[in-house]
Write a protein that binds this ligand. Structure first.
Ligand SMILES: NC(=O)c1ccc[n+]([C@@H]2O[C@H](COP(=O)([O-])OP(=O)(O)OC[C@H]3O[C@@H](n4cnc5c(N)ncnc54)[C@H](O)[C@@H]3O)[C@@H](O)[C@H]2O)c1
Ligand SMILES: [Fe+2]
Length: 382
């Protein structure tokens, strides 16, 4: 038996933030990215809450790749303020922080009442507003691991394009390629189903049409609106199907070297598609191809990459990911990130291999990787 449901109620389109005027909560802990506060974007959240006569407190001690220490600080803020709801505003880091703060607060104090969570993304990337995942870092052990539980799903998500206008080009590129990776991994995942696949296909179609437009022109509201929805569609897709080795390996690059999550995913994509499809530039045509290869071909066609045969179409998909990285000035390998020396990188590979194989995302990859496979991909990434 299979199951598919969407637990998070989604408000979107023009005026979506007006939902905050209607929420039946009046004491909100706002967990926000510091940029949202310093830039003044927070007014877009506070004004409707004030109209709703809500009292609020802002916790903005949120950092990228949220470490466990900041989650503890958030639980303290929650305990002191004693809210009736949590409003998370920011990118994946702020929303993941809010999910972990609520989850761990309940686990460490079973008498605490479960608070509703309203997630309001300010990047178009992680889909965290509709997923059961929260990715937390353990800086002492240089590791990053996804917590996964349906109890972390936000009750509501609000998608308002007004919050993503200010996203700089580099973050648009990284988060956009994160959306693409979510949809692609979901589509070939061992746990895919027809519902997750249809969401992933639509997300890929939108990325193909609107990611470059969003990158090239920050003022292209139509493109930004589309990418904001694609991010949530891809989140819904992978929440149902799981992800794969790409994310399992990217988490280690984030934990060890603070490579932005989407950039880490993007540079891995050509290697992972090649590993999963077993189609290299030297491959010869076969009579039949497995399910994963057929999925890659379908997605290549969704992107408009019509090509001669299966091999050239899968190679075209790989070329498309490389083309997007070039167009959006993204690092194509670890050496071009400037985050570490080659010696530091190579020294970290054994720990990253262990971490990637233990990562909760990797288990859904369509081809089971060995330690040797993962080490080889990390080495090729330099
Ligand atoms: N929970 C999930 O399902 C899930 C899925 C994928 C990734 N993640 C995690 O999410 C995190 C990455 O999230 P992200 O890619 O959204 O980045 P992020 O939240 O770390 O933000 C990236 C940068 O963009 C800035 N920013 C955010 N919104 C902005 C805006 N509107 N204008 C200008 N700048 C803005 C932030 O201040 C930050 O400097 C990682 O920790 C990753 O592992 C979670
Ligand atoms: Fe991701």
């Amino acid at each position: 038996m299979k199951e598919f449901d969407i637990k998070t109620k989604i408000y979107f389109g023009p005026g979506a933030l007006e939902r905050l005027e209607q929420i039946p909560y009046h004491r909100c802990l706002i967990i926000a990215d510091p940029f949202v506060v310093t830039s003044g974007l927070i007014r877009l959240i506070l004004e409707p809450l004030e109209k709703n006569s809500a009292i609020f407190r802002i916790f903005d001690d949120v950092v990228p790749d949220p470490p466990i220490g900041k989650i503890v600080a958030g639980i303290q803020a929650l305990t002191e303020f004693d809210p009736d709801s949590i409003v998370a505003v920011g990118g994946g880091s702020a929303i993941d922080s809010a999910k972990a703060i609520r989850e761990i607060a309940i686990q460490t104090n079973p008498n605490r009442i479960r608070l509703p969570l309203i997630a309001i993304p300010t990047t178009s990337g992680t889909g965290s507003e509709v997923t059961s995942f929260s990715v937390i870092s353990d800086p002492d052990n240089h590791t990053k691991y996804p917590l996964v539980s349906d109890s972390m799903l936000p009750e509501e998500a609000i998608l308002d394009v007004e919050l993503v206008r200010s996203v700089p080009a580099a973050v648009t590129a990284n988060t956009g390629m994160d959306v693409f990776t979510h949809a692609l991994e979901s589509y070939v995942s061992l746990r895919y189903n027809e519902f997750s696949a249809s969401l992933a296909e639509k997300a890929i179609e939108i990325v193909g049409s609107y990611l470059l437009r969003s990158f090239l022109d920050a003022g292209d509201t139509h493109a930004r609106q589309k990418m904001h929805v694609a991010s949530t569609l891809a989140g819904l897709a992978f929440n149902a199907s799981g992800l794969g080795l790409n994310h399992g390996m990217a988490h280690q690059l984030g934990a060890q070297f603070h490579v932005p999550h989407g950039a880490a995913n993007a540079m891995l994509l050509p290697h992972i598609i090649e590993f999963n499809s077993q189609i290299t530039p030297h491959s010869k045509s076969r009579k039949e191809y497995d399910h994963t290869v057929r999925c890659y071909v379908t997605l290549a066609r969704v992107l408009g990459l019509q090509n001669f045969n299966t091999i050239t179409t899968v190679r075209a998909l790989i070329a498309w990911t490389q083309f997007m990285m070039k167009e959006m000035d993204m690092p194509i390998n670890m050496s071009s990130t400037g985050t570490c020396t080659q010696e530091e990188y190579e020294a970290a590979i054994p720990a990253m291999v262990e971490g990637a194989l233990a990562d909760a995302c990797t288990v859904d990859n369509p081809r089971r990787p060995t330690k040797h496979d993962v080490a080889q991909i990390y080495r090729a990434l330099w």
